[in-house]
Design a protein around this ligand. Structure first.
Ligand SMILES: *[C@@H]1O[C@H](CO)[C@@H](O)[C@H](O)[C@H]1NC(C)=O
Ligand SMILES: *[C@@H]1O[C@H](CO)[C@@H](O)[C@H](O)[C@H]1NC(C)=O
Ligand SMILES: *[C@@H]1O[C@H](CO)[C@@H](O)[C@H](O)[C@H]1NC(C)=O
Ligand SMILES: *[C@@H]1O[C@H](CO)[C@@H](O)[C@H](O)[C@H]1NC(C)=O
Length: 599
């Protein structure tokens, strides 16, 4: 199995695990955020094929997939403030505003101290907002600093952290430096030079790493550790190797076995009160994952570019669900365009291959889309699933194409379309339904957590969500199913089982007389967690394996559905304003090589 992960993420996961699982103090809180040396103020404007998917938070914050990884692994709820970028510092932190108001008394505004002070203020402010659902400010705060040593962009952040570490003093700041130790294939020699260079660069900018996290394909030899220790001035027990493992669940175990927690707690002066982290659940998950063999084939019909990061949350959600049902997930990527008639003439081989994969699948998933290329192919996939009774899950655009397909095939409205693709269609099934201001650009998207009310008790989605009356899931879209078409569609057999509080926005659509045919306007994938799979993904995998009935009746191999459904289920949480207790800071990142890692 191949999972792609940013190195930095590894150490963050585990750093947080330690705090979560060591229970050295019953009320220990943690917090985390990323510092990003880019000028964009939110990830929504970046292309998913360049940067991986856009991850949407409850509060509508659009962040990149690293924060998504943290939310999933730690099972926490982050806010848009958990991600600082240079752009935000300049914009929101009001350096420019303050200058205008004359707060700097006419002095020149400079990176040091004005920008660096703002960064430190931001850290201290955001550290006060707990993300783990407990009350009060965080005790330990994890910061990921992205970028590469030597980047001009990251200079102000490194400078700010340098000042910060000096100010809070030893015992309150722990710097984990992530770097690469390449292995020369022929002789298996482990090269320490890149790490030495990056540590030297870091020192040159005033920061000294306490812990080295070395990314490598194999465990480091003792003499290599010795060499690193000598040249980088880091004790050997503080040098941790992140080597390749068969699946991602092994990572916390690997770090525990190298006593990473002891090293971190020692630097933060917390060792007297700590215990061995409790990782029973993770150990069993790692073992289950290694032992899976019975495959379930899911066809993903999207825009395939060779970069699966664009659909990372969906992949994770499928994985969580299949591990839960003890199945080995096999994903067949199908470029939507290849299913279209035009491809049959232009590239018959691709056309045949695409249809062969689609017909061989146990389940079909059509994710949200970007642009109008491949829409026809997605419509054909939905049609195939509907007519051949193959389990289908459509997300966002995947729901819309299912509705358009139904209108065309069943209602016989040949020109049914979305106004997104055909502004003049006589049968607009999907229309522009922005939220809030129609004039303010960017404010028109329906973004973040919104409530969906079930309209029908006896439907698959409501049962999968544990018979709740409503759920909260995250949204990111501008177009929606046209409310004026609902009556006709429902008369023909489609059922809109979930709507918003005004009943004008269609959230869930189902075909009742189909084994599993569900479309959702929201993105359930964002709230799927290891051990707490998203109900609709669980339903898709169960249906693909012919186990949906047992799952819904609660007597499947896993039994108790309500016990593990943590997702989409409304939880009101009020975060009290924090006091001003200073948090210990665990700073991580400053990695010198940051390509995705195959685990
Ligand atoms: C923070 O946001 C910026 C731009 O919006 C993005 O490039 C960056 O990757 C984000 N960082 C994290 C950790 O999500
Ligand atoms: C309508 O939708 C289809 C997708 O099936 C698209 O290919 C087509 O170009 C759209 N527009 C018109 C004007 O038909
Ligand atoms: C939901 O209700 C159905 C009956 O309508 C029942 O069979 C099922 O067990 C219930 N599910 C849960 C999780 O309570
Ligand atoms: C299901 O789990 C819930 C919560 O853990 C528990 O209260 C309930 O008794 C369980 N039901 C069954 C049938 O095991």
């Amino acid at each position: 199995m191949c999972l792609c992960l940013n190195e930095c993420a590894y150490i963050i996961f585990f750093s947080l695990f330690l705090v979560q699982n060591c229970q050295y103090h019953p009320n220990t809180h943690f917090n985390l955020f990323g510092l990003d040396p880019y000028l964009n103020t939110d990830a929504g404007t970046m292309s998913p094929f360049e940067h991986g998917e856009v991850f949407v938070l409850d509060d509508g914050g659009e962040v990149d997939l690293d924060l998504g990884n943290y939310e999933r692994f730690m099972d926490i709820k982050l806010t848009r403030d958990n991600n600082i970028t240079t752009g935000k510092i300049y914009q929101a932190s009001s350096v420019i505003d303050k200058e205008r108001k004359g707060d700097y008394l006419g002095k020149t505004v400079q990176v040091v101290p004005h920008i660096t002070d703002e960064i430190q203020d931001w850290i201290e402010r955001v550290a006060m907002i707990p993300v783990d659902g407990k009350e009060g400010p965080a005790d330990v705060c994890v910061i990921e600093l992205g970028g590469t040593i030597g980047d001009i962009e990251s200079m102000p952040f490194i400078e700010a952290l340098g000042q910060f570490s000096y100010r809070v003093g030893p015992g309150n700041f722990c710097l984990i430096h992530v770097s690469l130790v390449p292995v020369l294939n022929v002789v298996g020699e482990q090269k320490t030079k890149p790490t030495q260079h990056s540590v030297r660069g870091l020192r040159g900018q005033g920061l000294t790493p306490n812990i080295l996290a070395c990314r490598s394909t194999v465990a480091l030899d003792d003499n290599v550790k010795g060499k690193l220790s000598q040249f980088c001035h880091v004790p050997e027990q503080n040098i941790i190797t992140l080597y390749d493992v068969p699946n991602i669940w092994h990572i916390p175990l690997l770090l525990r076995d190298q006593k990473a927690h002891e090293a971190i707690f020692k630097v933060l002066n917390l060792q007297g009160t700590t215990k061995e982290p409790l990782l029973k659940e993770w150990t069993s998950r790692a073992e289950i994952c290694d032992g899976l063999h019975e495959p379930v084939r899911i066809a993903m019909v999207g825009k395939y570019t060779g970069l699966s990061d664009a659909y990372l949350s969906i992949l994770k959600a499928l994985l969580h669900a299949s591990v839960d049902l003890r199945k080995k997930l096999v994903i067949d990527w199908i470029p939507a365009c290849d299913l279209e008639d035009a491809t049959e003439k232009e590239n018959p081989d691709a056309y045949k291959a695409a249809w062969k994969l689609l017909k061989g699948a146990d389940g079909i998933l059509v994710p949200g889309g970007f642009g109008n290329r491949g829409v026809q192919g997605k419509i054909l996939a939905a049609k195939y699933a509907r007519e051949h009774r193959i389990p289908y899950l459509g997300i966002c655009l995947g729901m819309q194409v299912a509705v358009i397909e139904f209108a065309r095939s069943v209602l016989n409205l040949r020109d049914a379309n979305s106004t997104e693709f055909d502004p003049n269609t006589k049968n607009p099934c999907v229309i522009f339904m922005p939220e809030g201001s129609k004039t303010h650009m960017g404010g028109t998207m329906r973004l973040g957590s919104r409530r969906t009310y079930f309209q029908v008790k006896d439907c698959k989605s409501a049962k999968l969500y544990g018979n709740r009356t409503f759920i909260d899931e995250r949204h990111r879209h501008r177009y929606e199913v046209n409310p004026d078409m609902i009556a006709r569609l429902e008369n023909a057999g489609l059922s809109f089982t979930g709507k918003d509080e005004t009943s004008q926005r269609m959230e869930i659509v189902e075909l009742p007389n189909h084994p599993y045919f569900i479309g959702v306007q929201f993105h359930p994938e964002y709230k799927s967690r290891p051990g707490k799979p998203s109900p609709l993904f669980l339903g898709l995998i169960a249906a693909a394996c012919g186990q949906l009935d047992t799952l819904i009746q609660g007597s499947g191999s896993q039994g108790n559905l309500s016990a593990k459904l943590g997702n989409g289920i409304a939880m009101e949480k009020v975060y009290p304003k924090g006091t001003t207790k200073p948090a210990k800071v665990l700073s991580d990142g400053l990695y010198s090589y940051c390509n995705g890692v195959q685990v």
